[in-house]
Design a protein around this ligand. Structure first.
Ligand code: GH3
Ligand code: MG
Ligand code: MG
Ligand code: MG
Length: 307
């Protein structure tokens, strides 16, 4: 696999949500935009909020005046929810007074388009804001990646484990953490050089990624030669099984390590921590548990798993 694929995911057709209480207005916008974009439609605020949460559009074109919930209220609700906060909102309105525009910007809108609609202006503004959104998404994703290996970094893990723990407690599901550390890696670096050490870490990360079974699993580089797997909906037995897969897969790489006291190739030790279903948990305690178990695996001879 090309390593850059993780850094530059191939863009799919951007998805827009058009919200207007009048079907004819939606139709006009659909005709202007559907050649270039995937266009979702909603005729009221509640529908718009539901679609934003479930379909994660790249932008919302929002009518200001609507019965029930008006555009301001919809915008306010979108910005108050972490899941929809970053979706850019453009208001579309026949109102021409500046205070309406000011209020929209105050609520977090990125732009205003006035009715009657000028197709070229709509296309230009949509394109500009989608470009900005794509750039900021890319920057955000870089901030969560480890530069050496391309897997997530510790910042990502620290944020994610708190979110997943909250979810696991709410849903009464299990959550597991597997901590992994390369055995005698200092000796590896000293003997083969730092460059070879970096290569080794890249191979280990790639293998780890391949060993994970579910799309919902996450791996991150936790420290120098330490990696961590976060496994939602996974109980103790499942996490131990995965740890064993990882232990074997990395040994199978047969990366020469003449200075190791366990084997003539690179090996890893693993610690498993699990918050069982229906048990209240705490993210820091779960990390500490996996870490303690990893320490025991080291103490008991390395190239093994404790849980
Ligand atoms: P143990 O089996 O107990 O884990 O021993 P160890 O030598 O692996 O553990 P220790 O923590 O003493 O050494 C970790 C080494 O990992 C130290 C450092 O040289 C190396 N290291 C940390 N980050 C990197 C990196 O980004 N690249 C390279 N090449 N080496 C790194
Ligand atoms: Mg309207
Ligand atoms: Mg270490
Ligand atoms: Mg080590």
């Amino acid at each position: 696999m090309n390593q850059n694929e993780d850094f530059f995911p191939s863009p799919s057709r951007p998805r827009l949500l058009v919200v207007d209480d009048q079907a004819t207005n939606i139709q006009v916008l659909y005709q202007i935009l559907s050649n270039d974009y995937q266009v979702l439609m909603a005729t009221n605020g509640a529908q718009a909020l539901a679609l934003c949460a479930s379909k994660q559009p790249d932008m919302v074109l929002l009518d200001l005046v609507m019965p029930d919930m008006d555009g301001y209220q919809v915008c306010q609700r979108l910005k108050a929810d972490a899941i929809t906060r970053d979706i850019p909102v453009i208001f579309i309105t026949a109102q021409t007074d500046e205070s309406a525009e000011e209020k929209g910007f105050d609520l977090g809108a990125v732009d205003f388009i006035s009715k009657p609609i000028n197709p070229r202006i709509v296309r230009a503004r949509v394109k500009t804001h989608l470009t900005l959104k794509a750039q900021s998404d890319l920057l955000r994703s870089w901030a969560y990646l480890d530069g050496l290996t391309g897997v997530h970094n510790r910042r990502f893990f620290d944020e994610r484990i708190h979110a997943e723990m909250g979810r696991a407690i709410r849903n009464q599901t299990a959550l597991s953490v597997v901590m992994m550390d390369v055995d005698f890696f200092k000796r590896f670096n000293d003997h083969y050089g730092h460059q070879a050490g970096d290569d080794c870490l890249r191979k280990v990360a790639k293998t780890l990624k391949a060993s994970l079974m579910r799309a919902s699993d996450h791996i991150a580089r936790y420290g120098g030669e330490e990696f961590v797997c976060l496994l939602p909906d996974t109980g103790f037995a499942g996490a131990m099984q995965l740890a064993e897969t990882i232990r074997k897969d990395i040994a199978s790489l047969q990366i020469e390590h003449s200075q190791s006291s366990v084997a003539p190739f690179v090996t890893v030790s693993l610690g498993v921590g699990c918050k069982p279903e229906k048990v209240h948990g705490n993210a820091n305690q779960l990390i500490n548990l996996a870490d303690t178990q990893l320490y025991k695996a080291k103490e008991h001879g390395r190239h093994r798993i404790f849980g």
